[in-house]
Design a binder for this molecule. Structure first.
Ligand SMILES: C[S@@+](CC[C@H](N)C(=O)[O-])C[C@H]1O[C@@H](n2cnc3c(N)ncnc32)[C@H](O)[C@@H]1O
Length: 203
């Protein structure tokens, strides 16, 4: 591939939310070590984080070949040395094609995939994280104690129309799923546009 820049794709939402997510990650991630991103998509998040958190080694992944091409293209265009080649990682797979990570991040995946992907994410995260290692999720969630914002109601309807197995996940169900694999829910942080950061740690 000679002109990899042509393969860069862009997601407007990633450009809108990356700064707010980076602010959370600065406080959450270890000072050094490998951070695995599950469902890296275009790669715009990971290049942004790698540019700012230079002591960390960043491992992108996505099951989509088109996404992996975009990640490589962004990495090369930004000349970042602290991003590894993207892995073909489907959260459902067992085992994952990676055996350790100091931390794992997963942004806007669990509502745009069947529930099996959430179960796989928890199972896989538990298999690679050390005790105390964080798993960071970002996205919109349903919460038992409050109604969905109208924008999230509409988003959920749209997702379910596209695929009956997609849709906003119930936060309590996600927390319970993590607990099944030894991931301890630590906190959730309100983010712009009715999204949440949800943090687990490996017990
Ligand atoms: C809405 S995009 C989010 C991409 C990126 N994280 C972002 O926020 O811009 C959802 C991504 O999840 C990936 N994905 C879907 N199902 C998956 C699975 N089972 N395991 C891992 N990734 C998956 C898709 O290939 C896609 O890149």
């Amino acid at each position: 591939m000679t002109d990899t820049e042509d393969l860069r794709s862009s997601a407007p939402a990633a450009l809108r939310n990356r700064e707010a997510i980076l602010d959370v990650l600065r406080k959450l991630l270890p000072a050094s070590g490998r951070v695995l991103e599950v469902a890296s998509g275009t790669g715009e998040h990971i290049v942004h984080f790698a540019r700012h958190l230079t002591d960390l080694e960043w491992q992108p992944s996505d099951p989509s070949l088109q996404a992996r091409h975009s990640i490589v293209a962004w990495t090369q265009a930004e000349r970042l040395k602290n991003i590894l080649a993207p892995l073909d990682l489907d959260a459902d797979d067992s085992p994952w094609p990676v055996d350790h990570a100091a931390a794992i991040i997963c942004i806007n995946m669990i509502h745009i995939s069947p529930w099996d992907a959430t179960v796989g994410l928890m199972r896989g995260a538990a298999s690679v994280l050390p005790a105390g290692g964080p798993l960071y999720l970002y996205g919109p969630f349903r919460r038992a104690d409050r109604p969905l914002a109208p924008s999230n109601e509409a988003f959920d309807r749209d997702l379910r129309a596209r695929n009956a197995r997609w849709g906003l996940r119930d936060l309590d169900a996600v927390i319970a799923c993590g607990a099944d694999y030894g991931l301890v829910f630590e906190q959730c942080i309100a983010m712009p546009a009715n999204n949440l950061s949800v943090v687990f740690r490996m017990g």
